[in-house]
Design a binder for this molecule. Sequence first.
Ligand SMILES: [Zn+2]
Length: 335
Amino acid sequence: MKKIIVYILVFVLLCFLLPVIFTQKQQKMDVATSTNNENAIQNTEPEKNEEPTQTENRTVKLLHAKTGEIEELPMDEYLYGVVSAEMPANYQEEALKAQAIVARTYTAYKMYKGSKHENADICDDSTCCQAWISKEDRFAKWNEELREENWEKINTAVNDTTGKIITYNGEPINAFFHSNSGGTTETVANVWGGSNYPYLQSVETSGEDGYTQYSSTVTLTKEETLAKIREKYPETVIDWNVENPVSITEYTESGRVKTIQFGNTNISGVEARTIFGLKSAKFNIEIGESVTFNVVGYGHGVGLSQTGADSMAKTGASAEQIINHYYTGVKIENI
Ligand SMILES: [Zn+2]
């Protein structure tokens, strides 16, 4: 009789302890990375969690960041809203298909490796997870005569790729993407530190200079420049009369600024990007009466470039070829 009581006690304990252990493991695996997530700081090497589930028929629990509401949507219906929020509908069909596969993979990764959100798989804030827009809101922003045609085009891109995700070693990849790489993509470690993913190498694309996202400038007065640096580094002193008051001291292999010196303060190119609101960390500086940052590319530069994808599609590349170009050594699989 005593034995039975002991067995029952052990069983009850296990029932309570196991969920606690698994919940903690899940939290540890919370990978702070995202497609357009500009606030991602650190990436940690993902661990294997559970077998991938079929994405095709999965319901996505979508958190609406502004209202806190959670909406459940079938995977592909959810992806109509992601693709139409993340990529212009006038891009090539193969680029839209590549975006659909990338967005599905990103979502699967969140489901498979663990979401940042407690009761949802993913949210609709592009600075946290990936953007999503409702059909109504999307239609309101499109010209009336193009609405149905655009929506049809995006639905086709999602439907034609249904169930397809990008894998590496049989697992969904952390499918980063950005707007314009400025000709060369960046490795993860140069943006957020941590370890590199083997499938996210620096690659080159031609044709991105044909898009408005390719180049931009930010001009500030010398006083504004110093004030912005001092918000974070109050001890900074810049003598504008010396030969190089501001100088780029190191570049990454992809040509982005790795470190830059403002007077007596040394910061990373990624940090300079945040402080001065630059579209990318690929820039040079001209100092005259004022300070001008000439910027190339748009976004963190990791993974697929959307304008690069469109440019490749224009030269006849398929969605699969585009994906294999931006993600090294991957497979596209139905799982
Ligand atoms: Zn989120």
